[in-house]
Every structure is written in C-alpha cells, then in structure tokens.
Design a protein. Structure first.
Length: 400
C-alpha cells in the first residue's frame, strides 16, 4: 500500500525496532523521522546473539549476509546443566535454515540505521526525547534543549526504560517481569565449540544463567542474566555474580588464556509475558519499550525487528482508513499477539523448570538421548514453541 500522501511518523530510538520500522515505513512511501539520542556507531549492551529468525528478518529488510570478519556464524547449541550434563545440538534446518550468528551490536545497529536512511528515513542523531503531549490532531514530542517535533503517529522504540512508554501512561515493568544482565568482551579466546551458542547453568549461581558467544577474530561475548526480583532478594551485585560465573569450572576452562577487554556492563531486560500496553491513539510501542523479549533467554532483537514490520503494516492500514485511533492502529496488537504472545507465556512458565537444578539436568539429559525432546528444547529456547508436549514434561520428570 502506498503512503505517499501520508502523515508524518516520528520514531523515537534507532535500535533494531526503530530502524526496522523506519525501513519498512519509508519503503511504503511514508515520511519518517528517526530520532536517536546517541550518534552512530554507538555501543548497546547485549549478548550480540542473532537467532535464525533474526537473520530471516535481516533478509526481509534487505540486509545481506555479513562477512566473516564482522559476524561469527553458529549452527549449534552447546549447554551445560547445573549437574554437568552436556548437550550439543545442531539448530534444526527447519528453523529458518538452522543458521544463527553473533554480530557486535555496535556494528549491527549501524548497518540497520544506514539501511533505514537509504530507504528514505530522515535520521536525527544526538536528539533526546524527554516527553510528549497531545496537540489537536497530532502528538508533539519534546526534545532536550527545547526543540519540539510534531508528528501524526509516534512509534516508541526507545528500549528499556522507555520515556515514550512512561509519557503514554503505560505502567513500568514489575520486578518479577524483567531481568538484569551483564556482558563483557574477551579476546584471545579458544572455545571448545567455536560454532555454538554456549549456555551455562552453574548450580551455585542459579537462578542466574550465563553464556559465551563466539565473535570473529578470537573474541567472545560473555555474559550472565538473572530475574530482577531474584537479584534483589539475593542481595548480590551483578559484577560479583559475573566474576563467580567466569571462575566456575566449565566457564574458566573455556576462557583459559583469554583476556577481558573493556568493562563489564549491564542493562535491564523487560519480559514479553508483561507485554500488554502497546497500542494508543496515534502511538505504538515496539521492541523492548513494549517488552518484546523472550523471558527464558533474554533475546529480543528478532522481536524488535519483527515488531517494526508489524507497526509499518498497521500504520498503512490506519492511513487507508484515515483512523489513527487505537481502533485504526489495532492491527498492530492483533499481529504481535498472534505471533509472540503464546511463546512469551510458555517461556515464562518454562523458567520454573530451568530454575530447578535437578529438573534442568533431566531435561538436558533427555534432550541428549531423544531427538524429539532436543528439537522441542531448541524450539523453546528460540522462542518458537507455543505449547509443551507430554513427551517434554515426562522428560523433565524422568530424564528420558
Ligand atoms: C546483557 C544483555 C544481553 C542480551 N543479549 C541478547 C542476545 O544475545 N540476543 C538478542 O536477541 N537479544 C539480547 N538482548 C536483548 C536485546 O538487546 C534487546 O531486546 C534489543 O536491543 C531491543 O531492541 P530495541 O530496538 O527495542 O531497543 P534498543 O536496542 O535498546 O534501542 C533503543 C534505542 O533508543 C535510543 N533511545 C533511548 N531513549 C531515547 C530517547 N529518550 N530519545 C531518543 N533516543 C532514545 C537508544 O539510544 C537506542 O539506540 C540482550 C540484552 C542485554 C541487556
């Protein structure tokens, strides 16, 4: 659908959600302004893991495969359970070809935003939005420094915590519906599984879990996450947990001889199980601002990118009907709910299994022995499962 006579769409935040929405909207002919408080290239605290669905979304956006100097290809999952049960499993080809990769966000986000600009979006860097007010038939964004910008539709893509979310009156994420995660970069890394996404559930650190993701040039992204309410109860500090994670036997063996470069940095991750408030008159929330994150793994890039596509399709419908109210933009909620909701809710429940060391040992042991349990586990981790089979539940109880 053409949006050539279209209203002005202002997008706050040029991360994956904002750049994806900007690209799809600009391609449809919309007038798009992308406001970003930082200047590119800018860092984003992340595990840098791009799931098969993320790669599929990059393809849909028209971003080709990145060279091996920029992205480390992976095609399997390597995990170590609390009791030391090891699972090595290929990502099944039915999941978007079974390929994933790790791309430093500094690089990925710059590629995405350049792509949006090439598609026709106007990027304004160094502009920080502080609030918004409704103004007759539009929305006026207030920027730091006194500037204001009028738009017909606003997309809140400003991550977590989100200024736009708060200004629209949506509640903050409750502590139990979010996590805190930290990551650090290492170099001179010699991993035992250099083509795997490696996950470690160390017993003494549960319910926190950690990862080592390979990067090109002998580097790796190493990190750890824990639910916000559990972190508060434990009274531990994340950098302290990270030190213990890196010193734990399996992780220390992987990092032997490696050096940390830069600081350990952390950020909040909102869970998709609390994604309710996403649709407003003349405004939508996308990506982390909406809470579109797999609660089990903390992965959110794919949902941010896909919510950009959903927002663009829904704005096009609103333009066609001339209705920018929640009714005219309602296709957005219908789209993301039918695609994300069941997976988010399932994965929030599966967390209960993953927090119990003996249950997790049994699931990982069963996945090593039974292909169907293994495939289901990979579907769950990738956010593609919407229900649990009896086979999986039995595996969690008896380990077969
Ligand atoms: C430690 C950690 C590890 C993670 N690992 C992974 C992983 O391996 N794989 C994965 O898929 N996901 C991972 N995630 C989650 C992932 O980082 C997010 O889900 C993803 O970045 C969401 O994209 P977004 O575009 O919604 O928000 P963001 O990427 O946060 O982008 C928001 C943008 O808005 C800008 N902005 C913010 N406020 C304003 C403002 N007021 N005005 C203007 N601009 C503003 C910011 O500068 C930023 O550029 C991880 C998260 C953390 C914290």
């Amino acid at each position: 659908m053409s949006l050539s006579s279209s209203p002005h769409v202002a997008i706050v935040g040029a991360g994956p959600a904002g750049s994806s929405a900007a690209t799809f909207l600009a391609r449809q002919g919309a007038r798009v302004t992308l406001l970003e408080r930082h200047r590119f290239p800018r860092d984003k605290i992340c595990g840098d893991g791009c799931t098969p669905r993320t790669l599929w979304m990059l393809e849909r956006l028209g971003i080709g495969e990145l060279p091996g100097t920029e992205a480390a290809p992976v095609d399997s999952v390597y995990s170590v359970s609390p009791g030391g049960v090891v699972l090595e499993a290929e990502i099944p080809p039915r999941l978007f070809g079974g390929k994933a990769c790790i791309i430093p966000r500094q690089l990925l986000d710059e590629r995405l935003v350049q792509h949006a600009v090439r598609a026709g979006a106007e990027l304004r860097e160094g502009v920080r939005v502080d609030g918004l007010e409704r103004d007759g038939h539009g929305i006026r964004l207030q920027c730091r420094g006194g500037e204001s910008l009028r738009a017909d539709v606003v997309l809140g893509c400003d991550g977590s915590p989100s200024v736009v979310r708060r200004a629209l009156g949506a509640p903050d994420f409750p502590e139990r519906e979010g996590a805190f995660a930290v990551r650090a970069y290492y170099e001179d890394v010699h991993l035992s599984h250099p083509r795997s996404l490696a996950f470690f559930w160390e017993e003494e650190l549960l319910p926190a879990y950690g990862w080592i993701f390979p990067l090109p040039g002998g580097r790796a992204n190493v990190g750890l996450g824990i639910r916000a309410d559990q972190l508060a109860v434990s009274r531990l500090k994340l950098p302290e947990l990270m030190e213990r994670f890196c010193a734990s036997p399996h992780v220390a063996a992987e990092l032997a001889g490696a050096r940390r470069v830069g600081k350990v940095k952390g950020h909040h991750i909102p869970f998709g199980s609390f994604a309710h408030h996403t649709l407003f008159d003349r405004a939508l929330l996308l990506g982390d601002a909406a809470g579109f994150v797999n609660p089990l793994t903390g992965e959110g890039i794919e949902f941010a990118l896909e919510s950009g596509a959903f927002a663009a399709e829904s704005v096009a419908e609103a333009v066609a009907s001339g209705d920018f109210s929640t009714r005219g933009l309602g296709g957005y909620a219908r789209r993301w709910e039918s695609r994300f909701r069941a997976a988010f809710q399932l994965n929030r429940r599966v967390m209960n299994i993953f927090e119990r060391p003996r249950l997790l040992d049994r699931v990982i042991r069963a996945a090593g022995r039974n292909t169907r349990v293994r495939d289901e586990l990979i579907d769950i981790i990738s956010g593609d499962a919407t229900r649990l089979s009896w086979r999986f539940l039995v595996a969690a109880v008896i380990g077969r």
